[in-house]
Design a protein around this ligand. Sequence first.
Ligand SMILES: [Zn+2]
Ligand SMILES: [Zn+2]
Length: 323
Amino acid sequence: MSLPAAGSPLVAEERPDPVAGDGEVVLAVRACAVCRTDLHVQDGDLPDIPFPIVPGHEIVGEVTAVGAGVDLNVGDRVGVPWLGATCGSCEFCRRDQENLCPRARFTGYQIDGGFAEMTRADARYCFGLPAGWDDVSAAPLLCAGLIGYRSLAMCGDARRLGIYGFGAAAHIVAQVAVWQDREVYAFTRPGDVEAQTFAESLGAVWTGGSGDRPDKPLDAAIIFAPVGALVPAALEAVRPGGIVVCGGIHMSDIPTFPYRILWGERQLRSVANLTRHDAQAFLDLAPRVPVQTTTVTYPLERANDAMDDLRAARLSGAAVLVP
Ligand SMILES: [Zn+2]
Ligand SMILES: [Zn+2]
């Protein structure tokens, strides 16, 4: 299922089977979760998208062919995340910030991804998956989980943690946060009772609309919803010294706000991509929590319906395509 141009629906296309080059694997895709970033690719919100592109960067696949110099075997089950390749030699790569590598390439954005029956990946950016998860349950770990986890790590030792936007990433982060003894405050669209009930079922101690304020100030907040107006709202909800993390790749413009809501050593920062260390750390941690993913499956040919349902917030948890 390929995107021919910005603003277009996905189109079913027949292509020849991929061939594994040096260092690559070919995968039979078993499941691929749908991420908000796929919507940003569809909308052309990201720069220089090489259309046509096959989206999808939360891939669970079985290795069907290996190129030269690859450590994996035919039959192995692996996960493929957003980070598809890095240069390995720039200043960022050399100091464990490969997520910021200017020559990084990303799955489902610059490299054809997992909305497909088969795909191809650089073996160095494929990960073994915990045995306890079936293919569909494991797929959302690969972005909602990984980038959610990196966002959570940016919050330091915050105990009272706000989460704005309770979708696929939030539903995983909330479980990890509760397991780490944090208190989760879930902010949803005003009046979204279904999302609030879902958050409570995962251990949130407080739920409310994005404009509401809990009675205690937060130590940190993560914003997953792509809504710039949430930045001043979150800054007003955190205590002096608190942290606000923007977890998405794209956001509408942030409205101007008075300096006093940043004053008091509050910090505002973004999270970009992931490193392979994040991936390994999260995939080691997830079985210990244990994280349980809530998924809605769609056959691959209904990828457009999955994208539309995510866009319209008609989902609890993560949409997953199954070829
Ligand atoms: Zn993603
Ligand atoms: Zn680099």
